[in-house]
Design a protein around this ligand. Structure first.
Ligand SMILES: Nc1ncnc2c1ncn2[C@@H]1O[C@H](COP(=O)(O)OP(=O)(O)OP(=O)(O)O)[C@@H](O)[C@H]1O
Length: 618
C-alpha cells in the first residue's frame, strides 16, 4: 500500500481547519468557552492597564512627594494597592482561562476520540485496504496529543498575546505617538525575519509529522511481519529501511527545531534593544522639549514596550505550535470526513417465529406491503465483472449458481481472484456489472448489516479478541446461552482442547490468542461461525500446516459446519475439497473449469494437473 498516500495530500487549508476546530471547541461547552474568552480579555487588559497606571503613580503620587518637606504617603499607598489589585485580577483571569481551557481540551479529546472510533467502524473495507494501520493509529495518538496541546495552551496563549498586543499598541499611542512610531520601525524589521522563520519551521514541522506517521506505519508493518523477517533473515534490510525513515525524521525534526529555536533569541534581544533605545530617545526628547514627555510617561512607555515585545515573540511561538497542531487536526478531520459505507438496501432479515433458526428476507413492496422470502442460501453470480482500480479488471464474467446447501470450492493460484469473489458476496466492494442474487433478491437491495448477518465467514487469519474463550465463541451470537456455546464448541471439535486448558471456557485469551496453536485458533473460529448459524458460509481455508491430528479435527469441525449450508470454500489444498458439489477453477479472474471432482478429472485440464501433482498451487 502507498503509505504516503495520506501524507502527500494537497495543501492544508489552515483557516478552514482552525474555524472548524474552534466551532468544535465552542460546541463542546459554550459556557466554558465564553468564560475563557472573557477571562483572556480581562487578563490582557489588566496588564496594560497596570502599566498605564505607572504614569499616574509617578507623576501624580511620587514626583509631588519628592518636592514636599513633610510628605503624606497615604494617597501613594492607596495607588500602589489599586495597582496591585489590577494585577491580581489579571493573574486570576489568567488562571481561570488556563484551567477552563485545559478541562475543555480534555472534553474535546474525549469526544473526538469517540467520534473517530465510531466513524472508523462505519468506513468501507476499501479505506483500510488503502491506508496504513500505523498511520491511522498515529491519528489517534500523536495528532490527538498535539490537538489537545493546541486547545489547552497554544490557542488561549495566542489569543492572550494577540489581545495584549492590541491593547499595548493603543496604550502606547495614548502616551506618545512619536515613541510609538519609532518602536514600530524597529519592530517592522524584526517581523520580516520572524515571518521568514515561521514559514520555514512550520513547513518542516509538517514534514516531521508526516515522517512520524510513516515511521509508525513501518514499525507496525515490521512488527506484524517479525516472524517472516526472521525466517527470511531480512533483519539487516529491515534495519536499513528503519534507519532510512528515522534519518528522514531526524533531518525534518532538526530543521523544524533549528528554525523554531532561532526565533526566540532574536525576539528576546530585539525587546532589550528597543528598551535601551526608548529610554535614550525618551530622555533626550523630554530634556530637549521635542515631545511633551514626563518621567511617568517614559516609565510607563518603557514598561509597555516590554509588554509589546513579549506578545510578539509569544505569538510567533504559539503560531508554530498552532500550525503543527493544525496539520494534526487536519489529519483527524480527514479521517472523520471519509465517507461511510453507503447502503441503499431496504430488504431486511426477520426471524420466522414458527420455525426455530429459520429466517425471511422482508422485501418492501408498493402500498407498505412486505413480501416474505424464506432465506435458503441460494446464491447466483450472473456475469459479474469487477475492478478494484478502474481500468484494471480483476473479475471477468463470473457465473456461479450455488444452490442451497451446496459446497462450492474456489481453486486457483494466488491472485486468481478467490478472495475477491467473497468480497463481492459480502459487499466489501461493489460489483462493476452483472448481478448477484441471494434467494432471488439482488444483494444491493439487501441492507448490508443484514446481508453480512446472513453470511458467516471463517478467515485463514483467525482473529481472536481479548476476553475468555467463551466470549470469543459468543462473538458469533452475542445472546447465545452457555449451553449453546458448549454445543457449538462440541460440533466444531473444539470442546476437547478447551477442557484441557486450566480454566476451560473461562481461559482468558489476549494478544490475539498467541498462547493457542494455529489449529486451536481455527477450531475456535469454526465454533464461532457454528454458533452464528448462518445459511451461507465463506471459508478461507487455512494455508498454514497443522499437525495431522488437529487437521483431522479441523476437517471434521468444518464438515459439521458446512453441513446443510451453502458454502464457498477458498481452497488452498485440494484434499479438503474433493467432496465439493462444485469446484470452480480460477485463472486471472476467469473461471476456466467447472464441475465436481470426477468431472474435472475427466476433463484432464488444469485441475487434473493440479490433482495429479503435475502442477502446483502457488
Ligand atoms: N484492495 C485491493 N486493491 C487493489 N487490488 C487488489 C486488492 N485486493 C486484491 N487485489 C488484487 O486483485 C487480484 C485478486 O486478488 P485476490 O485476493 O482475490 O486473490 P486470491 O486468489 O484470493 O489470492 P490468495 O490465494 O493469495 O489469497 C490480485 O491481483 C490482487 O493484487
Amino acid at each position: 500500500m502507498d503509505q504516503t498516500a495520506t501524507n502527500s495530500k494537497p495543501k492544508i487549508n489552515h483557516k478552514r481547519t482552525l474555524s472548524r476546530l474552534l466551532k468544535l471547541v465552542y460546541k463542546t461547552s459554550p459556557v466554558m468557552f465564553i468564560i475563557s474568552m472573557i477571562s483572556i480579555v480581562i487578563s490582557a487588559g489588566s496588564i496594560v492597564y497596570g502599566s498605564l497606571f505607572i504614569e499616574q503613580l509617578i507623576d501624580k503620587y511620587i514626583t509631588p512627594l519628592i518636592k514636599q518637606s513633610n510628605p503624606d504617603f497615604t494617597p501613594l499607598l492607596t495607588a500602589v494597592l489599586t495597582m496591585g489589585g489590577i494585577f491580581a485580577i489579571g493573574v486570576l483571569a489568567n488562571y481561570l482561562f488556563t484551567v477552563l481551557m485545559a478541562v475543555l481540551s480534555q472534553k474535546v479529546q474525549f469526544n473526538v476520540r469517540n467520534h473517530m472510533f465510531e466513524h472508523m467502524e462505519s468506513l468501507p473495507i476499501a479505506y483500510f485496504d488503502q491506508n496504513n494501520y500505523g498511520d491511522i493509529m498515529s491519528r489517534y495518538t500523536n495528532d490527538i496529543d498535539t490537538l489537545m496541546q493546541m486547545i489547552s495552551q497554544s490557542i488561549p496563549q495566542f489569543l492572550n498575546s494577540l489581545l495584549s498586543l492590541v491593547f499595548v499598541i493603543v496604550a502606547m499611542f495614548s502616551l506618545s505617538w512619536q515613541l510609538t512610531v519609532f518602536s514600530f520601525v524597529v519592530f517592522a524589521l524584526s517581523i520580516g525575519i520572524v515571518r521568514f522563520l515561521t514559514i520555514k519551521s512550520s513547513y518542516y514541522f509538517k514534514v516531521q509529522q508526516n515522517k512520524l506517521g510513516q515511521i509508525n506505519g513501518y514499525d507496525e508493518e515490521m512488527l506484524n511481519g517479525l516472524k517472516v523477517i526472521k525466517v527470511f533473515s531480512h533483519e539487516q534490510a529491515t534495519k536499513e529501511g528503519f534507519n532510512g525513515f528515522n534519518d528522514e525524521l531526524r533531518i525534518a525534526s532538526g530543521k523544524a527545531n533549528t528554525y523554531a529555536t532561532i526565533l526566540f533569541p532574536i525576539m528576546g534581544n530585539m525587546g532589550n534593544l528597543l528598551y535601551v533605545l526608548i529610554a535614550f530617545l525618551g530622555g533626550a526628547a523630554a530634556i530637549n522639549g521635542w515631545a511633551p514627555l514626563t518621567l511617568g510617561t517614559i516609565a510607563s512607555f518603557l514598561q509597555l514596550s516590554k509588554s509589546f515585545a513579549q506578545p510578539i515573540s509569544q505569538i510567533s511561538q504559539q503560531l508554530n505550535s498552532i500550525v503543527l497542531a493544525l496539520a494534526g487536526a487536519n489529519r483527524i478531520f480527514e479521517l472523520v470526513d471519509e465517507h461511510s459505507e453507503i447502503d441503499n438496501g431496504n430488504v431486511t432479515m426477520s426471524e420466522n417465529e414458527k420455525v426455530e433458526n429459520s429466517w425471511f428476507w422482508d422485501i418492501p413492496e408498493q402500498g407498505n406491503k412486505i413480501k416474505k422470502v424464506p432465506i435458503k442460501g441460494h446464491i447466483i453470480f450472473d456475469h459479474v465483472n469487477f475492478s478494484y482500480v478502474p481500468g484494471h479488471q480483476i473479475l471477468h464474467d463470473i457465473n456461479i449458481d450455488a444452490k442451497p446447501g451446496m459446497k462450492v470450492a474456489l481453486v486457483g493460484e494466488t491472485g486468481a481472484g478467490k478472495t475477491t469473489i467473497s468480497n463481492m458476496l459480502n459487499r466489501f466492494y461493489e460489483i462493476e456489472s452483472g448481478k448477484i442474487t441471494y434467494d432471488g433478491v439482488p444483494i444491493e437491495n439487501i441492507r448490508k448489516d443484514d446481508l453480512r448477518h446472513s453470511l458467516s465467514i471463517v478467515l485463514q487469519e483467525t482473529h481472536l479478541f481479548s476476553g475468555t474463550i467463551m466470549d470469543n465463541i459468543r462473538f458469533g451470537k452475542p445472546d447465545a446461552s452457555d449451553d449453546e456455546v458448549y454445543q457449538a464448541a462440541r460440533l466444531a471439535h473444539a470442546d476437547e482442547f478447551i477442557h484441557e486448558l486450566d480454566d476451560g471456557y473461562n481461559t482468558v485469551i489476549d494478544g490475539n490468542g498467541s498462547d493457542l496453536s494455529q489449529g486451536q485458533k481455527q477450531l475456535l473460529s469454526i465454533a464461532r461461525a457454528m454458533i452464528a448459524d448462518e445459511p451461507v458460509m465463506i471459508l478461507d481455508e487455512a494455508t498454514s500446516s497443522i499437525d495431522t491430528r488437529t487437521e483431522k479435527m479441523v476437517q471434521a469441525g468444518m464438515d459439521n459446519l458446512l453441513a446443510g449450508r451453502t458454502s464457498f470454500v477458498i481452497a488452498h489444498r485440494l484434499s479438503t475439497i474433493v467432496n465439493s458439489d462444485l469446484i470452480l477453477v480460477l485463472d486471472h479472474g476467469r473461471i476456466i473449469e467447472r464441475g465436481n471432482h470426477e468431472e474435472l478429472l475427466k476433463q484432464k485440464g488444469y485441475y487434473y494437473q493440479l490433482y495429479t501433482g503435475k502442477k502446483e498451487l502457488q
